[in-house]
Design a protein around this ligand. Structure first.
Ligand SMILES: C[S@@+](CC[C@H](N)C(=O)[O-])C[C@H]1O[C@@H](n2cnc3c(N)ncnc32)[C@H](O)[C@@H]1O
Length: 199
């Protein structure tokens, strides 16, 4: 299976993300960084090229580990001063422990059964799990051409993912974790929804 173009190169990836999020690009990362206190231990699963760490968390002296399937992204995490490991999050191996376990814009890769991964994230977290997920995107567009582009260009190397969350399906998923949800809000101009769960 071939990795999609946007996941092959950090610069192409960041340009695509900036294009998708427009002026809200920085806000999506700032919303998460605002929750993480100085000096905290952070595990970022499906971290991509770790823009969250390099630009928004490094100044807080966090102890950062990023996990991703993509070797190039993990090499970038290490060059930027974080710890990184190539890791397939479909594997049911226990995750490294950290105060805050974060996942941004990646839960859709685990549809139709994202629950087991959320449970592993909760087991690894000492304080909180932070999940921010897109709820507006090309892949679920009614326009077939746009939908095909959105679906084809997000193959991380383990197969294209046609399904995405809407706000209603994401809310339905987190209802099963209701007793743990301490915060939920729309971020990045309403493009993503953020859930904070106590560990
Ligand atoms: C849309 S990107 C989000 C990256 C980063 N969290 C951000 O918001 O900028 C999705 C990431 O999930 C990673 N990914 C997809 N499937 C994965 C899997 N099974 N195991 C580990 N990482 C995976 C991809 O390589 C990619 O870096």
């Amino acid at each position: 299976m071939g990795t999609s173009l946007i996941y092959r190169n950090r610069i192409v990836y960041e340009l695509a993300m900036r294009g998708l999020y427009g002026r809200h690009y920085g806000a999506r990362y700032r919303a998460i960084a605002a929750i993480v206190p100085d000096g905290a231990g952070v595990l970022d699963v499906c971290c991509g090229p770790a823009t969250l760490h390099a630009r928004y968390l490094r100044g807080k002296s966090v102890d950062y580990t990023g996990l991703d399937l993509n070797e190039r992204f993990i090499a970038r995490v290490r060059r930027a001063g974080g710890r990184g490991a190539v890791w397939d999050l479909h594997s049911d191996a226990a995750l490294p422990e950290a105060d805050y376990v974060i996942m941004q814009a990646s839960l859709y890769h685990f549809l139709p059964e994202p629950g087991p991964l959320i449970d592993r994230m909760l087991a690894a977290a000492g304080k909180q799990v932070i999940i921010a997920e897109p709820i507006r995107n090309l892949a679920s567009s009614n326009n077939r051409v746009l939908a095909a582009i959105g679906q084809r260009f997000t193959d991380a190397g383990d197969g294209a993912q046609a399904q995405r969350f809407t706000e209603a399906t994401l809310d339905a998923l987190f209802r099963a974790y209701e007793s743990r949800v301490v915060e939920q809000s729309l971020i990045a101009g309403g493009r993503e929804k953020l859930f904070v769960l106590s560990a």
